[in-house]
Each structure stands twice: as C-alpha cells, then as structure tokens.
Design a protein around this ligand. Structure first.
Ligand code: G3I
Length: 385
C-alpha cells in the first residue's frame, strides 16, 4: 500500500506501461533480425517468434498500425504494451477531430494529442492524422458559429493550427474525410456537408492547399468508406471517387494518396476481387499512394459460436488483404482498433444477440485470434514493396 500511496496510481500506470512495453520491445528486437524474404508458414511465423504484426508487415515494406487514443493508451498498461508490440503507426481514433480539439471557436486543447505524440516518440511509432476536415464530430458551437461568410476563415485557421502544430511529425493526414455520399442527390456524388454548403466543392482543394503549406512533409490523403464491395452503391461511390480525384488533379490540388477505410462485414458475400483490383489500379494510375486506413470486420449476422465466428472474420481479412496487398501503391494498413476490448463496433454495430463483438486481431483479453494470423499471413504472402 505504501508504494501505491507514494507513487500514486498514475505513476504506477506509467511504470506498468513502461515495464510491460519494455518486455515487448525486447521481443520486437529479437524478431527484428528477420528471416530473409521467403514467405513463412503460419507455424513458421509462430516458431519464428513473430509476435508483432508490424514486424511481419515491415518485412515486406508495409506500415501496420491501429487506431487507438489517449483514454486507452494512458490508462491500460497491458493494452498499451500489446499496442507497442504490434503497431508501427498510431492514428488517434478521435483525438484529432474538431470536437476533441476545439472547446470554443477561439480555443484549441492539444493536451491529449500532445501526450499521444510524445507516446509515439517514446515507442518509435509513426503518427497518422485523422482528420482535418469532416462533416461529423464537429463541436457543438460549430452550427451556431460557422456560416458561409466565415467558413473559409474557420477552415483555414483550423488546418493551419493543427497541421502546423505537428508539422514534421505526421506520416500522413486524412486532410478531407468522407466528402462523397451516393446516392445523396447530387450528380457529382458530393456529400451535402456544411463545408460544401458554405464553400462549394472548392473546400476540398482549399483544404489540401492549406495542409500542404502547414505541413509540407506529411502525405496528404483523401479518405472514404463504402468502396470495396460488388454492390451498386459501392460501385457508384468508386465511380464518384475516381471522378473527384480526376477533378482535383486537373486543378493541381496537392493530393498524394487515397485512404480506403475498409470497414468490412464478414456476412457480406458480394465481393469481386477483380473489380476491387481495377479500382486500386485506377487510383494508382493517377500517381497516388493507397492506405488501408480503418480496417475491421464486423461479425454482425454471424453465428454465436466463437470459433466459427472468429474463423469467418479471419477469412474476410484474408480475402480482402490478399487483394489489396497485391497493389504496389498500397503502403500501409491500419486496423480501426487492435483489440476487441476497444472497438467502435460495440456501440455502433452491436450484434442482435447481444454477444460481445469480435472484429479485431486481438480478443478482449489481448490474445491473438485467427484474424491476427490471417493478417500476418497476408502480409507475409504479399509482394515486397
Ligand atoms: O468522449 C465522449 C465522452 O466524454 C462522453 O461521455 C460520451 C457520451 O456518449 O461520448 C464520448 O465521445 C464519443 C467518442 O466516439 C469517443 O468515444 C462520441 O460520442 C462518439 O460519437 C465517438 O464516436 C466515434 C465516431 O467516429 C464519431 O466521431 C467513434 O469512436 C470512432 O470509431 C468513429 O470513427 C469513424 C472515423 O472517424 C471515420 N470513419 C468511420 C469511423 C467509424 O464511424
């Protein structure tokens, strides 16, 4: 008890996180030796001591990481240790959104994101920024304050302040997120967001230009979802996305990459590998890099049996990654969370039977699931970048 009182819970957490991670870092060091460029079988992966998805990914030239945030990494020592063991790039799930950073029209609160950037430096993680411009997660004052007269000033000030603060420390920014919504009535497929309403389509070009000025080093990404399946809505969205990219490039917008969020459903059978390959080729043909930015697999609609569910989720990861990792323009894969202990799907896409969802590589006890092995195997089978 004396130790607890003297050091306080926070200090113990820091020690706990440091000690837990130190153990994992040594595992990372051990497996850094690598094993040549030949593909390893699952059992070879296991016996080779590969405990890290980032390690398996980096052997083929990919970044692997996951969304997480201050709340989890600062308070859950065991999770933080597994995070550092498995990930090489960190994207704050919510920490860099307007609602988290902007308590008022004139204030910024970088306390938690500064902690995350320090955490990334301490554990040799790259940082991804998500997201500078979005129609959701806007602060409550936004709708009462921002209008067509001042929207450009607010947009520019936000991007300059946030991207400028972390300039040189960010691998890539989701500069604009989810600007397309089909069907939503507009022929060009653009989402009727406040930004479009106040500034027209030019808000997208403006956002990328300001981001390029604020942080020239970060890769500038357009990020969106609903693009991967052989359905009419996903096909329409792929078409609208390609046309948007063409319009942006025609006007010289400094966009460098496309982020495909990749929120998958294990129960979805409408998947056409060749159509997805063609979409990736079309993006790459524009000279853009591709990031898989928010990969997870919902187990809604799957049987309750955990062994069966985990296998179907793993199959969905494998089927998807076997296609996307074949595209040379793909440089990074991030899952939207690392462990079932922390997933947005629990709240946003719960199972009808009320059972805890199981979408991610680690289970709620931070143990590797079939999904972990499927992702590792996909990286190991992928062509070298
Ligand atoms: O932090 C507050 C907490 O103080 C409060 O008590 C609680 C009350 O509900 O809300 C908490 O904020 C929630 C936040 O997540 C942090 O947990 C927000 O209500 C909730 O809306 C927010 O949801 C996030 C959602 O984006 C909206 O921003 C999800 O965690 C996050 O996973 C999800 O991520 C998005 C990507 O940014 C874009 N692509 C789709 C993806 C999934 O929707």
């Amino acid at each position: 008890m004396a130790i607890q009182s003297r050091l306080g819970r926070r200090r113990l957490l820091q020690i706990g996180i440091g000690a837990a991670i130190a153990g994992c870092s040594s595992i990372r060091q051990r497996s850094r030796q690598g094993f040549g460029s030949h593909s390893l079988s699952p059992s070879a992966l296991a016996t080779a001591g590969f405990n890290s998805l980032a390690q398996v990914a980096s052997r083929k030239g990919f970044f692997y990481g996951a969304a997480s945030d201050y709340a989890m990494l600062s308070s859950d020592a065991q999770f933080a240790a597994r995070y550092v063991e498995n990930c090489r790039i960190l994207v704050p799930e919510n920490g860099l959104k307007w609602r988290a950073l902007r308590p008022s029209p004139t204030e910024f609160d970088f306390t938690k994101t500064d902690w995350l950037f320090d955490f990334a430096v301490k554990y040799s993680l790259q940082m991804r920024g998500h997201t500078l411009v979005w129609h959701l997660s806007l602060p409550r004052w936004f709708s009462e304050t921002v209008n067509s007269r001042n929207a450009e000033r607010h947009l520019v000030h936000h991007i300059e302040s946030v991207a400028g603060r972390y300039a040189g420390k960010v691998h890539s920014w989701d500069v604009v997120n989810e600007a397309i919504e089909v069907p939503d009535g507009r022929p060009d497929g653009l989402r009727k967001s406040p930004w479009l309403e106040f500034l027209g389509e030019e808000y997208i070009d403006l956002s990328f230009r300001v981001a390029a000025q604020a942080d020239p080093e970060a890769l500038r990404v357009y990020n969106d979802y609903g693009l991967q399946y052989d359905t009419s809505s996903h096909a329409a969205k792929r078409h609208a996305a390609l046309r948007l990219l063409e319009r942006l490039q025609a006007k010289g917008t400094p966009i460098q990459a496309f982020g495909i969020q990749s929120h998958l459903r294990a129960s979805e059978t409408r998947f056409n590998a060749e159509k997805l390959r063609q979409f990736l080729r079309d993006i790459a043909s524009m000279g853009l890099k591709i990031l898989i930015t928010e990969l997870d697999v919902s187990d809604q609609g799957l049987p309750a049996d955990i062994e069966q569910r985990d296998r179907l989720v793993a199959d969905a990861y494998r089927e998807y990654l076997d296609v996307v990792l074949d595209e040379p323009a793909v440089i990074a894969v991030l899952t939207w969370g690392l462990s079932d202990r922390y997933t947005w799907l629990s709240e946003f896409k719960p199972r009808e039977d009320g059972l805890p969802v199981r979408p991610l590589p680690l289970d709620e006890n931070l143990e590797r699931k079939p999904a972990w092995w499927a992702i590792a195997q996909a990286f190991d089978n992928a062509p070298l970048r």
